[in-house]
Design a binder for this molecule. Structure first.
Ligand code: ZN
Ligand code: ZN
Length: 136
C-alpha cells in the first residue's frame, strides 16, 4: 500500500477528472452482463477507494441509477464516460473505472467475478481467483 502516490483519472473528452491519493484498497474485474454493456468492453475493472482518497474533482457529471436501484453511476455530462459509482446505502466506498487511469500504473485486479458470462477467449493471468457469479 502506497499512501503517498497520486494518480489522475480522466474521461474520454478530458472534461471530467479526479485525483486519487494512495493505492486502492481493492481492485476487482467483472465480466457480468451489466459491466460488459456499461463499459462496451469484455469486462469491467473497478478500483475501490475510500471517499477521503479523492483529493480533487472537476467537471460536470450526470448520474444514473441501475434499474434495480442498487448502484448510482456518475458519468461525464459531455462524453458519457462511466467514471465512478457508489453502491446505494454505502458512504465509505467509491468504485472508480480502472480504464480511466490510462498510463498511471494501477495495481492489477485481485480477482475476476461473473466468469460464467465471460467470453471464453478472454484469458486471465495464472492464479487469479475467479468466481462464476457473485463472490460468496
Ligand atoms: Zn468527458
Ligand atoms: Zn459486473
Amino acid at each position: 500500500m502506497h499512501d503517498d502516490v497520486t494518480r489522475e483519472a480522466r474521461c474520454f473528452c478530458g472534461g471530467l477528472r479526479l485525483t486519487l491519493k494512495g493505492d486502492p484498497f481493492y481492485v476487482s474485474s467483472c465480466a457480468c452482463t451489466r459491466c460488459q454493456r456499461r463499459t462496451g468492453g469484455f469486462f469491467g475493472v473497478t478500483v475501490y477507494v475510500r471517499p477521503e482518497q479523492i483529493l480533487e474533482r472537476s467537471g460536470e457529471t450526470r448520474t444514473f441509477h441501475l434499474t434495480d436501484g442498487s448502484t448510482t453511476f456518475h458519468r461525464c455530462a459531455h462524453c458519457g464516460t462511466s467514471m465512478w459509482w457508489v453502491p446505494d446505502g454505502e458512504d465509505d466506498v467509491i468504485g472508480l473505472a480502472g480504464g480511466c487511469f490510462v498510463g498511471q500504473g494501477l495495481p492489477a485486479p485481485q480477482r475476476m467475478v461473473f466468469t460464467a458470462t465471460k467470453h471464453p477467449w478472454v484469458c486471465l493471468p495464472d492464479g487469479l481467483p475467479t468466481f462464476e457469479d457473485a463472490p460468496g
